[in-house]
Ligand binder design. Structure first.
Ligand code: 2BA
Length: 107
C-alpha cells in the first residue's frame, strides 16, 4: 500500500475531491498553510493499493492548475527592506509525495 500526500491550491480542492469520490478513492482532506506564502492550501491524504497510484496521480494532475501570484517581499522575509516591488511566483499545480505504508489497520 502507498500513501499519497498531495498539496493543492484551495481553488482546485473541491473539484479534486469530487473526482476522488466519483472514482471511489478514499481521501482525507486537510486545511493547510503554505510555509512560504502563508496562504491557505489543501492537503489530501490518500491511501491506495500500489496499482492505483498512477491513476490517482493522473487525477491530481488533471484537476490541479498552476497559477501566478504576486507577493510583496517584506522585512521579515528579506532581512532588510531592499525592495517593495511585488515578486511574481508560480504556485502549483500540485506537490505530491508517494510514501510506502508499512502497516494499514482499521479498527
Ligand atoms: P508555499 O510554501 O506557500 O509556496 C508557494 C509557492 O512559492 C511555491 O509553489 C513556490 O513557487 C514558491 N516558493 C516556495 N518556497 C520558496 C522559496 N524558498 N523561494 C522562492 N519561492 C518559493 P509550489 O512549489 O507549487 O508549492 C505550493 C505549496 O506546496 C507550498 O506553498 C507548500 O505548502 C507545498 N510544498 C511545496 N514543496 C513542498 C515540500 N518540498 N515539502 C512540503 N510542502 C511543500
Amino acid at each position: 500500500m502507498k500513501l499519497i500526500i498531495a498539496i493543492v491550491q484551495k481553488e482546485d480542492a473541491n473539484k479534486l475531491q469530487h473526482a476522488f469520490v466519483k472514482e471511489s478513492i478514499p481521501v482525507t482532506k486537510l486545511s493547510t498553510t503554505g510555509g512560504f506564502l502563508s496562504e491557505g492550501n489543501t492537503t489530501f491524504m490518500i491511501g491506495v493499493d500500489e496499482q492505483r497510484v498512477k491513476k490517482v496521480l493522473r487525477i491530481i494532475k488533471d484537476e490541479s492548475k498552476a497559477r501566478e501570484e504576486y507577493m510583496n517581499p517584506n522585512m521579515m522575509m528579506t532581512g532588510f527592506d531592499v525592495s517593495r516591488q511585488p515578486v511574481k511566483i508560480t504556485v502549483g499545480g500540485a506537490t505530491c509525495f508517494v510514501l510506502s505504508v508499512e502497516e494499514f489497520k482499521k479498527f
